[in-house]
Write a protein that binds this ligand. Structure first.
Ligand code: FES
Length: 376
């Protein structure tokens, strides 16, 4: 067995200033802790998805990972929730006012058997008729239903898809789900935003899972309805799509398409105007998670800037043959498009990231292009 070598990482006075910090031991990142006159040193790399433990906090004797809050004993590396989950730990000595850390760990990284979340399964389409998922993002008081123009048209479209087109349909009223807002894991690091969503993984009570299941694994056609609220989509729509960032993030960090052959279209109605801006928001997001659109991918209607008589708008939409026919036609176009995609008319392509969201923006990579322009 080779003799342990010790590496001097700095002065005690300086390193004792912070309860947790990151430092490099050669090429190995370490989370160094100091508490009650004792140092501890464990691997900086969290067992979950590699979060930086040295950027975390101390909770008693445990280092809490800043990404998703897994905890490891600051001196032994053993996991707080499961002792089978451990990160390597290093011996630490103080000699003549200097902190020395053993270059090799005295314990190994261990993980308990991994049980994948059901959403992690491969995204393979099950055989069967075209499946249409309706997502209504209308908010309303629980137990006090009211008429919603956008939801009325969505229900009409689903009924048409089931009765006339032979599709399987599901309606998910997003307001019926209890789910947390996106809490910005992506803002810590792109790799802290996981698939499935970090919140889904840590909170079994969070019901966003049903939308993920429907959108990623079940639906061929996704119909989203929204009211117009001050020129924007509903707040519930934004709450939902912020949580869907984890789908788009898989494109960005792993070149992984979670959505295959999905056709999406929209129903946008409201008393106030700004259909184009709302449609632009919806189209932009669903395009970036890999959805396709039929020709003329939304049905929209609004009363306009001057109208404040929603009761008249409700009656207008409820009785409008044109809007109901238009919505039925929209779902027909979606089902045709979905059928084409599923029959394999469009060959699968490798993802090419240039010019897409979060493609490489390394300034060095841009230099030759900028140089050749400069010479032109
Ligand atoms: S808890 Fe550490 S990376 Fe997720």
């Amino acid at each position: 067995m080779s003799e342990l070598s010790w590496m001097d990482v700095g002065a005690v006075d300086e390193l004792a200033q912070r309860p947790v910090q990151q430092l490099l031991l050669g090429e190995t990142a370490i989370a160094l802790t100091y508490k009650d006159g004792q140092f501890g040193a464990i691997s900086d790399r969290c067992n979950h998805v590699g979060g930086p433990l040295g950027g975390g906090t101390l909770d008693g004797e445990y280092v809490v990972c800043p990404w998703h809050y897994w905890a490891f004993h600051r001196q032994t590396g053993v996991g707080g929730l499961n002792p089978l989950n451990a990160v390597p730990a290093h011996e630490v000595r103080v000699v003549n006012g200097r902190v020395l850390i053993a270059s090799q760990p005295h314990s190994e990284r261990t993980r308990p058997p991994f049980t994948p979340h059901p959403l992690m399964r491969p995204t393979e389409r099950a055989a069967g008729p075209i499946r249409v998922l309706g997502l209504s993002t209308t908010a309303m008081t629980a137990g006090q239903p009211r008429y919603s123009t956008s939801e009325d048209l969505l229900e009409w479209a689903l009924q048409h898809a089931a009765d006339t087109l032979g599709c399987e349909t599901r309606l998910q009223r997003v307001r019926d789900l209890r789910f947390r807002s996106c809490e910005g894991f992506y803002s810590k690091s792109s790799h802290a935003c996981t698939w499935p969503c970090s919140i889904t993984m840590m909170d079994p009570a969070d019901e966003m899972e049903r939308i993920y299941e429907g959108v990623v694994h079940w639906a061929d056609v996704i119909l989203v309805s929204t009211p117009i609220r001050w020129g924007a989509a509903s707040s519930l729509y934004y709450k939902m799509v912020e949580r869907m960032n984890c789908i788009q993030n898989q494109e960005t960090i792993a070149n992984r398409h979670l959505l295959h052959n999905k056709t999406t279209a929209f129903i946008i109605t409201g008393g106030q105007d700004n259909v184009q801006a709302v449609a632009g928001q919806l189209l932009g997001f669903f395009a970036e998670i890999g959805c396709q659109f039929p020709q003329f991918p939304y049905v929209a209607h609004s009363r306009g800037w001057s109208a404040e008589d929603m009761e008249n708008n409700n009656q207008y939409v409820r009785e409008s043959q044109a809007l109901h026919e238009g919505t039925a036609s929209l779902v027909e176009r979606c089902v045709e498009m979905a059928t084409l995609l599923i029959q394999g008319t469009l060959a699968p392509r490798p993802p090419v990231r240039g010019g897409r969201k979060a493609h490489e923006l390394d300034t060095r990579a841009q230099l030759p292009v900028l140089g050749s322009r400069g010479q032109a």
